[in-house]
Design a protein around this ligand. Structure first.
Ligand code: HEC
Ligand code: HEC
Length: 252
């Protein structure tokens, strides 16, 4: 090799090496831009949209959930029971269990009707053990788990609030009685402080004549010796309405 060739070779290798290093640097820069930059954002967005799209139609809030978490001794929610007990088979498909999320597997079962599914979950069927092995699960807890599983598999299932759920949501007679027993009875069954006694038609007739709206309004805001909300500070207006209708119905 001549001196000239040697110089050329050294320069050539040097330039080549520099280009390789540059390529590597660009590679890492490009990589980090992809990971942290705009396209990563799009990715998350795309994932979110996909998640949104594959979400079960009409996911259902089980009415007893808030009650269950408020009172630790209350019934477990469908999700809690499922995660603790049912997932072992229904998350994996073990023993031939229909997998949660597999809509096709659940469709013919769902078609049997929720009552049949509940009863099969409670009593067992073929390889499905009675109560799904959850010996201390109440029927309502199992129904909650079935509803949860169906909802997670793309079906729309509503569950009636478990009876143990303390806070009555609806203005039903039952809810009204519960609130009355808990908050109003102290005065209204004894006549304490001059409260009109429930069942005393004569005492209630002129009050009922004011109209239920006025009575509810007085129950919410208080009137004379009747304290606001009858001292039930956690009662919603609907709760009070339910209690008033209960009291009125019992006193007509
Ligand atoms: C040891 C495994 C196992 C556990 C644990 C289990 N399952 Fe199952 N489950 C099965 C199998 C297997 C089937 C399919 C039975 C068949 O149709 O042959 C099934 C089917 C069902 C069905 C459909 C019944 C029908 O009529 O098609 C429901 C509902 C169900 N399980 C609810 C539950 C609930 C709720 C729990 C938890 C409390 C639970 N399972 C826990 C194995 C299990
Ligand atoms: C501390 C005692 C006390 C409690 C607890 C109480 N009340 Fe009363 N309530 C009264 C008294 C006293 C009156 C009569 C007020 C008056 O007309 O002077 C009354 C009157 C009423 C009236 C009639 C108001 C009217 O316009 O005539 C309604 C309705 C009522 N209470 C609802 C309730 C409800 C619902 C609760 C429970 C959430 C409740 N009360 C709890 C003492 C009580």
């Amino acid at each position: 090799m001549s001196q000239h060739d040697r110089t050329f070779a050294i320069t050539f290798v040097g330039v080549l090496g520099f280009l390789v290093v540059l390529a590597v640097v660009f590679y890492f820069i490009a990589n980090s831009v992809v990971k942290t930059g705009g396209s990563a954002g799009e990715n998350t967005q795309a994932t979110q949209i996909a998640d949104e799209n594959i979400k079960p139609v009409g996911a259902v809030t089980v009415a007893d959930q808030s009650g269950a978490s408020a009172a630790s001794a209350g019934p477990r929610s469908g999700a809690e029971v499922y995660n603790a007990v049912c997932m072992a088979c229904h998350g994996t498909g073990a023993a031939g269990a229909p997998k949660v999320g597999d809509k096709a597997a659940w469709a013919p079962r769902h078609a049997q009707g929720i009552d049949t599914l509940n009863s099969n979950a409670i009593n067992g069927i073929r390889a499905m053990p009675p109560k799904g092995t959850c010996g201390d699960c109440s029927d309502d807890e199992l129904k909650g788990a079935v509803a949860y599983m169906l909802n997670e598999s793309g079906f729309k299932v509503t569950v009636a609030a478990a009876p143990a759920a303390a806070a009555p949501a609806a203005a039903s007679a039952d809810a009204g009685k519960q609130i009355y027993d808990a908050s109003c009875m102290a005065c209204h069954s004894t006549g304490a402080a001059g409260a009109p006694k429930v069942g005393d038609k004569a005492a209630w007739a002129p009050r009922i004549a004011q109209g239920v709206d006025t009575l509810v309004n007085h129950a919410i805001n208080g009137i004379r010796a009747m304290p606001p909300k009858g001292t039930c500070m956690s009662c919603s207006d609907d709760d009070l309405k339910a209690a008033v209708s209960y009291m009125v119905n019992e006193s007509k």
